[in-house]
Design a protein around this ligand. Structure first.
Ligand code: PEP
Ligand code: MN
Length: 267
């Protein structure tokens, strides 16, 4: 089979459409929302605020890959229904994570983009199965994956016929334990220079601390990222999961404002 990306990627830069949002074009795409979908009302209130600031895509997890099996695992199918209903009500495309091949068909009815999380970057059956759909896929970097392994994971999806793949750098595990992960912005520049895929950055999981998110968001844009995925909440301290790295609506508004300024300067 012909290699699409790895080793010798000479094709044109790919753009991925999520409804009428283009990822990989001139405009930096902002994906935001809570780590987990908590209830209809809470997601609706967040989404209304995001819409006012022209956030492009609403995120929220229904199936949560938690480190401890005793932590909140997400609202599951109920969560999928909630994010679809809120997306339709507020008129904003939605993205949610799928962890199991058995949930793909269900997810296709409810989401506009599928997220493959860091823990599943090596789940080749899941990659192949989403590759057999035409759904846009956000492929997060495995927390210990090299850039090459990550590119091959993307290629697993694309080799099945689905070229709608966007990469997401979300930090890797290093000897540094001060922050949750080490955000590898080298990877952004490498991908932009060597490969055709759009790439965005998640400074929330990349740092683990809300006070680091604004600066790392701008650093990602300077490195050439096509956009950002940021965890936000109306009441960040009260978020059910990943509260410590979740930012407020006000902080998000400032980041969006600064991203626009930086983008003019760097493009
Ligand atoms: C998430 O974005 O909800 C998430 C769990 O991120 P990651 O897979 O990068 O840990
Ligand atoms: Mn999270």
């Amino acid at each position: 089979m012909e290699k699409l990306l790895a080793d010798n990627d000479n094709g044109d830069a790919l753009k991925v459409n999520v409804k009428d949002i283009i990822i990989g074009g001139n405009k930096k795409v902002i994906i935001s929302g809570p780590c987990a979908i908590e209830s209809y009302d809470s997601l609706f209130n967040i989404a209304k605020e995001l819409k006012k600031m022209n956030v492009d895509i609403l995120r929220g997890g229904a199936f949560k890959p938690r480190t401890s099996p005793y932590s909140f695992q997400g609202l599951q199918e109920e969560g999928l229904k909630i994010i679809r209903a809120v997306g339709d009500e507020v008129n904003i495309p939605v993205i949610t994570e799928i962890m199991d091949t058995r949930d793909i068909e269900k997810a296709m009815q409810y989401t506009d983009m599928i997220q493959i999380g860091s823990r599943n970057m090596y789940n080749y059956s899941l990659l192949k199965e989403v590759g057999r759909t035409k759904m846009p896929v956000l492929l997060k970097r495995g927390m210990s994956a090299t850039i090459k392994e990550w590119i091959y994971a993307a290629e697993y999806i694309m080799a099945e016929g689905n070229l709608n793949v966007v990469l997401c750098e979300r930090g890797i595990r290093t000897f540094e334990t001060y922050t949750r992960n080490t955000l590898d912005l080298n990877a952004v520049t490498v991908v932009k220079q060597k490969y055709r895929l759009p790439i965005i950055v998640d400074p929330s999981h990349g740092t683990g601390f809300r006070e680091l998110v604004p600066k790392m968001s701008l650093a990602a844009i300077c490195a050439g990222a096509d956009g950002l995925e940021i965890e936000s909440h109306i009441n960040p301290e009260k978020a059910i999961s990943d509260a410590r790295q979740t930012i407020s609506m006000d902080t998000l508004e400032k980041i969006i404002h600064d991203v626009k300024k930086f983008n003019m300067y760097f493009s």
